[in-house]
Design a protein around this ligand. Structure first.
Ligand code: WT7
Length: 659
């Protein structure tokens, strides 16, 4: 972050007090901060009471083997039972769990908790019939359809950790995840609807399956939901239709209870090295963390609120705030399959109006794209049902915050900027809607039960008014337990930077303002944040270098008005590739799409003769970022050859492609 950004933040003086009505009836009030700080474990035990346990825990936290935590030691529970059955048992079976909205107009389904219970039981029986046993991994590669939620809960019900792979990822990205967690079964669909047309998913699974077979860990069965009705290649030995296997299964299924530390899911996320990290979350602590935060931060009133989180289930936000948090809390929520602008630009606002959504949770990248389209579109809808707005994924710029509050929330709604990560499992730093006087652009303070700090290189807290590294200073129930299959990488990545203090290093830079409130500034490592999703520079570089014409590649994240950051690549071609041909840029973009997925497609690819390197051979990304952002190139004195930057700067306008 530049000094200019820092001083802009300092000038922000607007404050928004919590609305009196929300404050008066808030789920969590100011007293919780002190109470939680005085005895965090007692506070978390109290939060754990919101779940149904088959066996209570003996100990809240076992941190003896730090950084390997055990929460609610000895406790036993079933996550699916907590998200579904217990609401039915409590007489709320007729309550709508999901108002599902398909992208094609009028393609909707309302699913009650009782119906969800039947579906989850059927799917649990079907997965068992397909040979899935407790501990086996199941991959889920589906669009935003109810079956995605059902499949996740069915896995949880039988103790088979799921790994949901975002439907926008390519066959190669899917294959590497299938291989890493050695998935036995994949749940997918023929396709899904996006931007008004049916797009296929099953072919990517077929491709990925062929790759995993070569790797020695074949996927045994593929369970296929029919969503679009498009043609699919079929292998009778492997492929099974969902409507046959699940449709034909019994709705009776007795949930078994699992240890609180039983693996619930693995979610892959980008790190600084090429290979995505399989973040492991376990059952008890994760469910406590996701349900507590969903109740406290969104002030959920399950009897009256209609909640909508626009995140895809392929990301952690979809896990914690579409599936586990809201369902554990018995919420009624909207789930939408498609894009915000299909068939028209007002689609999201139409949905808010139709279902009287009262709590809405989305990402700054979406808010900025709506700002660009103009307020006339949302102004055409009645969104007076909204009472709380949430934001997640990247820093929300003050202008976007104000627009969100004013245009979408009619100035009634607090905007809750929630900071967290795939690794944290649940919201860590956020205002509370009934307590906090919000500042546009600030995530404010750690929520009750969580403790954060901003520290310098030595791990000492920085004074108010300065910046440093964001850390979490004590363990929390929804924390990741490890990186799947790689305990050492888990220690190195998160716990070695401030090992002396025992702090969790989040990889983000942050600033404390004069009041001590936190402003998250973004990643301090080589990880980009594109549209609220982490992408690793190394992963994209590896994809580029796997193209036969490429010798070397360096990728940086450049500031982008719409997506926060955009991927910019600098590529050196192999000698035998000459100038690469007229279509080289398009070819390379297509290649990255294929290797990783559309989200990783570079906005700009510059074919350069050299890359700026230090004498020890390290690429100086800082200088490349200057070029990508069309700034004057900074200090080049540590370069092995200071003239290379002139050659690279000359290319700064080349290879830009607007999608
Ligand atoms: C990274 C985590 C959390 C679910 C979505 C992304 C950035 C996230 C905020 C926020 C500023 C934020 C951070 C973080 N981030 N929320 N409110 N303000 N930055 O999950 O892919 O694990 O990415 O997203 O850089 O480390 P993720």
């Amino acid at each position: 972050m530049s000094d200019e950004t820092l001083s802009n933040l300092l000038k922000e003086e607007r404050r928004f007090e919590p609305p009196a009505q929300i404050a008066a009836a808030a789920n969590l009030t100011a007293e919780a901060y002190d109470r939680a700080a005085a005895d965090p474990q007692a506070f978390w035990a109290e939060q754990a009471e919101r779940l149904d346990w088959d066996r209570r825990w003996d100990r809240v936290l076992d941190w003896d083997d730090a950084p390997f935590a055990k929460w609610f030691v000895g406790g036993r529970l079933n996550a699916a039972y907590n998200c579904v059955d217990r609401h039915v048992a409590a007489g709320r079976g007729d309550k709508v769990a999901l108002h599902w909205v398909g992208e094609p107009l009028d393609d909707t389904r309302d699913i009650t908790y009782a119906e969800l219970q039947d579906e989850v039981c059927r799917a649990a029986n079907a997965l068992t019939d397909l040979g899935v046993r407790t501990g086996d991994r199941v991959a889920i590669y589906l669009p935003m359809i109810p079956e995605a939620v059902v499949a996740m809960l069915a896995c949880a019900r039988i103790g088979a950790p799921h790994t949901v792979v975002f439907g926008g990822f390519s066959a190669d990205a899917l294959a590497s995840r299938l291989e890493d967690c050695q998935a036995k079964v994949v749940v997918t669909s023929d396709g899904g609807y996006r931007r008004g047309s049916a797009s296929a998913l099953k072919p990517a699974v077929d491709d990925a399956r062929a790759k995993t077979a070569a790797g020695g860990h074949p996927v045994e069965k593929v369970l296929v939901v029919r969503r679009t009705g498009q043609e699919v290649a079929w292998d009778d030995a492997v492929d099974v239709w969902w409507h046959d296997a699940v449709g034909g299964a019994s709705t009776e299924h007795t949930p078994e209870s699992f240890d609180a530390e039983h693996p619930l899911y693995v979610m892959y996320t980008s790190g600084t090295t090429g290979k995505p990290k399989g973040i492991l979350h376990t059952t008890g602590g994760y469910l406590v963390g996701s349900s507590y935060t969903h109740w406290a931060v969104f002030d959920l009133k399950p009897d009256t609120d209609v909640y909508w989180c626009s995140a895809d289930i392929g990301w952690v936000t979809g896990h914690s705030y579409v599936v586990y948090g809201p369902l554990a809390n018995g919420a009624t929520q909207v789930m939408y399959e498609g894009t915000p602008d299909s068939p028209e630009r007002g689609r999201w606002w139409q949905i808010i109006q139709d279902y009287k959504v009262s709590i809405f949770y989305t990402a700054p990248t979406a808010i900025r794209s709506f700002m660009k389209q103009g307020r006339e579109i949302p102004d055409g809808f009645d969104m007076s049902s909204l009472r709380i707005l949430g934001s997640v994924g990247e820093p929300i710029n003050p202008e976007a915050y104000i627009w969100y509050r004013h245009v979408i929330g009619g100035d009634r709604t607090p905007v809750i900027d929630t900071w967290w990560q795939t690794e944290t499992g649940a919201i860590m730093i956020s205002p509370l809607p009934g307590v906090t006087a919000g500042k546009p652009g600030s995530a404010m303070t750690a929520i009750p039960g969580v403790s954060s700090e901003v520290v310098n290189d030595e791990g000492e807290p920085v004074p108010n008014g300065s910046g440093g590294y964001l850390v979490l200073t004590s363990p929390w129930p929804a924390m990741l337990r490890t990186i799947w299959g790689d305990d050492q990488r888990y220690k190195d990545t998160y716990w070695s930077r401030f090992a002396k203090q025992g702090y969790y290093f989040a990889g983000d830079g942050a600033k404390k303002d004069e009041d001590g409130d936190i402003w998250v500034l973004g990643r301090v490592d080589d990880v980009m944040n594109v549209s609220g999703h982490r992408l690793s520079t190394t992963e994209i570089e590896s994809a580029l270098v796997s193209h036969p014409k490429v010798a070397e590649a360096a990728v940086v994240g450049a500031k982008d008005e719409d997506t926060g950051q955009a991927v910019c690549a600098f590529v050196i071609l192999r000698e035998d590739a000459g100038d690469g041909g007229d279509d080289i840029v398009a070819e390379l973009r297509q290649h990255v799409r294929k290797e990783i997925g559309p989200i990783a497609t570079p906005r700009q690819i510059m074919i350069v003769p050299e890359l700026p390197k230090t004498r020890s051979g390290k690429i100086m990304r800082r200088l490349l970022r200057d070029v990508a952002e069309r700034r004057e190139v900074g200090d080049v004195t540590t370069l092995a050859d200071s003239s290379v930057m002139d050659l690279i700067s000359a290319k700064q306008d080349e290879g830009r492609t607007e999608e």
